[in-house]
Design a protein around this ligand. Structure first.
Ligand code: FAD
Length: 556
């Protein structure tokens, strides 16, 4: 007989993993994850033997999926993505995490919140009125407490980041320190390549925080198991069917809720397998994503600390001629190549782990930056099935170039980054901002069409009516009762930030909703309660310190 749980969560990444930690104290929870679970007690700065082994194996290149034409790699998805309208049959491989913790376990660890303009964009796009900065504030703060989000001390910054920051400020570009969710990072340089776990447990994703917490409360985690479909009976989600590690199909029942949190590509595919697309054609539509390009430079001197790792210590928006921010952002402090092996793999560049680090050491004059474009003027689409997905993201037009807005944002970024590095005496840059625009346009268009686009969002977006969205503003399906979506796919419109922070804030908010409205728990503190408590604790601490200071002054 099938096992029965209160809640089944499908996918354990930033969204699903975070949600599990918020509700598992109040319900029986099953978490189903397609990727493996390298277990062991969480020990930031040290790690567990299983995670070190996994990381080393990934390092050696075994993480590359078994075939680029398949989406069944051992620890990463390689979704086929069609980006180029000028070469419609050319397919790009879009890599996403397939592991317990999902993207939060392998990402760079840059913590950025959305900009005000993004919240307006949500409202303009799907009419949501309760997705506002003030209403989400307690949820960001909760996630930031749980993930130990902080700003790195400058003594730990890469020297090239510090130099870039000072040079940018001199040119009048406002620069922001980038917060990070690493804890006890030993700056080993191993993670100069985002796209793999931190060997020493320093990256605080859901695998290090919320999932162990959920399991300590009794949640069951089934890894290496791919959800095939949601069981819908009389318009209500009652369970799921998944394929376990042996290939057998297994049914699990849900008394109260099924949550789909398989990411921006995985979630619409499960909903398509489950017949929800037939009820709501918005499923899989409105894909937004962030194409980007790395820039590598050679600086005078040979002591830029690049071998400390791929750290994004600071960022700035690309500024236009009027001093206003454009829809593009520069993360400096990335090194040779200022890219990830996920991108490098697309070029078949065998730079992993030790060889990658050795290359960094061999080129100590290298520095670099990564430029993301936040708001391309295109929508993409996810179609197909869990086993045969197809993604269309037609950001390259029939002329073979990026659509004009993305192209302009990216080339403006390359030119601005070039000015900053030129002021530092850079003697070589790639792409070279001084090349003719036609050459730059071809270079970046080709790069994007080969490397894909990170940060997929919006394929099951939240809105105020069924006709423009897949879920309501509490992330509940319009079409099937007891069905929630909780991950990047519910973001109503593309944001001007790397999305991990927002996804966790969405999951925190969803957790409060599930606890109070679905599980009927009245005693569980909301994010707002926790924010007030944290503020009170800070005030009490400040008072104590002031009293101690006053007492010390009296003694002296
Ligand atoms: C290389 C890289 C670097 C990044 N760097 C940053 C950064 O520095 N800062 C930042 O803010 N963001 C960053 N991101 C983006 C961020 O990590 C993701 O946007 C975020 O993790 C997505 O969260 P999610 O919950 O939507 O999906 P995911 O975290 O991807 O989780 C989805 C999970 O569902 C599982 N799944 C999928 N299909 C199924 C199925 N059928 N059955 C069972 N399980 C399934 C997947 O295996 C996965 O574990 C980065 C992403 C990548 C890939």
């Amino acid at each position: 007989m099938a096992d029965t749980y209160d809640v089944i969560i499908c996918g354990s990444g930033s969204g699903g993993g975070f949600l599990a930690g918020q509700i598992a104290q109040n319900a029986s929870v099953l978490i189903i994850e397609a990727g493996p679970y390298p277990a062991g007690a969480v020990n930031p700065g040290v790690g567990s033997p299983a995670r070190r082994t996994l990381s080393t194996q990934m390092n050696l290149g075994t993480y590359i999926p078994n075939s680029t034409a398949s989406n069944r790699g051992a620890v990463s998805w390689s979704y086929p993505m069609y980006m180029d309208q000028s070469q419609p049959s050319t397919v790009t491989v879009q890599r996403e995490a397939r592991i317990v913790g999902g993207g939060s376990f392998i990402n760079v660890g840059a913590w950025l919140r959305p900009r005000l303009v993004d919240w307006d964009g949500f409202h303009d796009e799907t009419g949501v009125t309760d997705w506002t900065k003030p209403l989400f504030e307690p949820h960001f703060q909760r996630a930031e407490r749980i993930l130990s989000v902080h700003r790195d001390l400058r003594q730990y910054w890469n020297k090239s980041s510090l130099a870039y920051e000072q040079a940018a400020i001199k040119l009048g570009i406002p620069v922001f320190e980038t917060a990070s969710n690493r804890l006890n990072c030993i700056r080993c340089g191993h993670r100069l390549d985002a796209g793999m776990p931190c060997k020493y447990d320093s990256l605080m994703g859901t695998a290090m925080t919320q999932i162990p917490k959920a399991m300590a409360s009794g949640a069951k985690l089934v890894s290496d198991a791919s959800v095939q479909q949601v069981i819908v009976q009389n318009g209500t989600a009652t369970g799921v069917i998944y394929r376990d590690s042996t290939g057998a199909l297994v049914t699990a029942n849900a008394r109260k809720l099924v949550v789909i949190s398989a990411g921006c590509y995985g979630s619409p595919l499960i909903l398509r397998n489950s017949g929800v697309f037939d009820l709501n054609p918005n499923v899989g539509n409105y894909l937004r994503s962030h194409p980007g390009a790395p820039m590598d430079v050679l600086l005078p001197g040979d002591d830029w600390n690049q071998d400390r790792g791929y750290q994004w210590n600071m960022h700035h928006y690309v500024m236009d001629q009027y001093g206003d921010p454009m829809d593009a952002c520069v993360h400096a402090g990335a090194g040779f190549m200022a890219t990830t092996p996920w991108v490098a793999a697309s070029f078949r560049i065998p730079l992993f782990g030790a060889p990658y680090k050795d290359a960094m050491r061999a080129w100590p004059s290298r520095a670099g930056a990564f430029i993301f474009t936040w708001k391309p003027a295109v929508y993409g689409r996810v179609v197909g099935t869990v086993d045969n997905p197809v993604i269309s993201y037609p950001v390259i037009g029939k002329d073979g170039l990026l659509e004009p807005k993305t192209l302009n944002d990216l080339i403006s970024g390359i030119k601005q980054v070039g000015k900053v590095y030129e002021s530092l005496g850079a003697y070589a840059m790639f792409p070279n901002p001084n090349d003719p625009i036609s050459v730059l346009a071809q270079q970046v268009s080709l790069f994007v069409s080969i490397s894909g686009a990170l940060h997929g969002q919006g394929t099951c977006r939240a809105g105020v009516k069924q006709s423009n969205s897949v879920v309501d503003t509490n992330c509940m399906s319009w079409d099937v009762k007891n069905l929630m979506v909780c991950d990047a796919s519910v973001i109503p419109n593309h944001i001007s930030a790397n999305p991990n922070a927002l996804i966790m804030a969405i999951a925190s908010r969803a957790g409060d909703f599930v606890n109070s409205q679905i599980l009927g728990v009245k005693s569980s503190p909301t994010a707002y309660d926790e924010m007030l408590a944290a503020q009170a604790a800070l005030a009490a601490q400040a008072q104590q310190e002031a009293a101690a200071d006053a007492a010390a002054a009296g003694v002296n």
